[in-house]
Design a protein around this ligand. Structure first.
Ligand SMILES: [Zn+2]
Ligand SMILES: [Zn+2]
Length: 245
């Protein structure tokens, strides 16, 4: 089976351009991995006809709501759907306690009930590769708001290597992240404005030769980048579209 990547959500935190928050679906011979699960991700899955029951693992880049805020609803929905299969939720150090905090804020008292019904395994990601149902995932620290534990992900699946920036300003870790990847999906929040803790199209142009990936696709476009979409030098991901590998 070929590895397929679909941008269920390709937008920023604030719904710019009517796009869903970041959510990438990677399907392969042994399973389905969701990369980031923002507050809107259950809606994005439904819109693209993806049954949440088919997701084997979720890998989170950092603890901002548009990247991990959809996890409590996903687990509660799977509880209501009587999911029998286990679910892996992976992310930066502290993933389990961060999900618990989000649960208590959004669905008070539901954490224990939902976790009795659905077998959730929490996995902390880092430099050492972790196997998430057929996808081998490593996380590399990037530079975004430090309290969100920002990381980029490298995912080896079948014979393919995918890299995903999460949210970050330009930093040398992006060179390491993209190195040798068949596909590097990268945030691109602004066109040329310097926005703290995020990348601009201008940053990516300046560092283009350092990104040694076969393909670079941008997403997480804010209003300024969207206004210049036709001028962008990189492919742009759109909601629901498959990014062919
Ligand atoms: Zn974001
Ligand atoms: Zn963020």
């Amino acid at each position: 089976m070929t590895v397929r990547v679909r941008a269920l959500g390709s937008g920023d935190s604030f719904g710019s351009g009517g796009r869903f928050q970041t959510c990438l679906l990677v399907t392969h011979a042994r399973g389905a991995l969701l990369m980031d699960c923002g507050e809107t991700s259950l809606v994005a899955m439904r819109r693209s006809g993806v049954d949440p029951a088919t997701i084997d693992a979720v890998a989170i880049t950092h603890f901002h709501g548009d990247h991990y805020g959809g996890i409590p609803a996903l687990i509660v929905q799977q509880q209501f759907d009587k999911r029998a299969r286990p679910l892996i939720v992976a992310g930066p150090p502290g993933i389990e306690s961060r999900v618990r905090v989000a649960f208590e804020a959004l669905y008070p008292g539901s954490y224990d009930t939902a976790h009795r019904a659905v077998q959730v395994t929490y996995v902390e990601l880092g430099a050492e590769a972790r196997e998430l149902d057929g996808a081998s995932v490593t996380a590399i620290a990037v530079e975004h708001l430090a309290t969100t534990e920002p990381h980029g992900l490298r995912v080896r699946v079948e014979d393919r290597l995918l890299a995903y920036s999460g949210d970050t300003r330009w930093c040398p870790a992006l060179v390491e992240l993209a190195d040798g990847a068949d596909l590097f999906v990268c945030e691109c929040y602004s066109f040329d404005k310097a926005i703290p803790n995020h990348l601009s199209h201008q940053d990516l142009l300046e560092h283009r030769s350092e990104l040694r990936a076969k393909r670079v696709v941008v997403m997480h476009l804010g209003p300024d980048a969207l206004a210049h979409e036709s001028e962008l030098a990189f492919e742009v991901a759109h909601d629901g579209e498959e990014i062919a590998l």
